[in-house]
Design a binder for this molecule. Structure first.
Ligand code: HEC
Length: 182
């Protein structure tokens, strides 16, 4: 006869566990998404995202980023913390040329992948990088499990942003340069 009381208790514990798991997930939480929105705003402020964004000459890329790429190095201040900001525009589809991208960038932009150096202690295992993959409109792309790609993306997993970037030369998670301040 005590089950009536026990059931809500068990359910309550279960719900608390789910909430905790959501907060502790390395990426895709509401907090990560809110932070990613602020990073996107900082990019808009610097005219590095959105309509009429600054452009460079696209170069040949390779998967998983696009077949044509543009990369920008800057810094931004988010919540009072200034950090390095690296932006990669990923263009496609297969067969896309630099001319195609130059003529109509918006028709070929597939995604915008970003690394932002967060405050000390954010992710000390991985040099405190915050990772995000945006769609051209600034919303976040998702993985096949429907998790939004923002935060410590795929931390601890065998594949994904962190796992792959670990092999970048210079041990700074950056493939294209070794000259971003630590
Ligand atoms: C399988 C390997 C791999 C995965 C997974 C990967 N990247 Fe990259 N990434 C690269 C390579 C290689 C480059 C250099 C591309 C070039 O030539 O510009 C790169 C470049 C970048 C850059 C430009 C800075 C740099 O390293 O030169 C950013 C930003 C970036 N990736 C973000 C991401 C994000 C965010 C994710 C996850 C959503 C991700 N990457 C997943 C391999 C990977």
């Amino acid at each position: 006869m005590t089950w009536k009381f026990a059931a809500p208790l068990v359910l309550g514990t279960f719900a608390a566990t789910i909430t905790m798991a959501q907060d502790m997930a390395p990426f895709g939480t509401d907090k990560d998404v809110a932070y990613a929105d602020r990073v996107w705003e900082a990019m808009m402020d610097q005219n590095l995202a959105g309509d009429g964004a600054i452009r460079s000459f696209p170069y040949d890329g390779l998967e998983p980023h696009g077949l044509m790429l543009e990369t920008f190095y800057t810094s931004a201040t988010i919540d009072g913390h200034e950090g390095a900001l690296v932006i990669k525009r990923n263009y496609g589809p297969e067969g896309v040329t630099a001319d195609d991208v130059l003529m109509a960038p918006e028709d070929h932009l597939g995604a915008v992948t970003v690394m932002f150096k967060r405050e000390e202690g954010y992710d000390s295992d991985n040099q405190n990088w915050f990772w995000a993959k945006y769609l051209p409109d600034g919303s976040l792309d998702k993985n096949p499990k429907d998790m939004r790609l923002a935060g410590r993306v795929a931390k601890g997993m065998d594949a994904g942003c962190i796992a792959c970037h670990t092999s970048a030369p210079g041990g700074d998670y950056l493939f294209t340069t070794d000259h971003i301040p630590k």
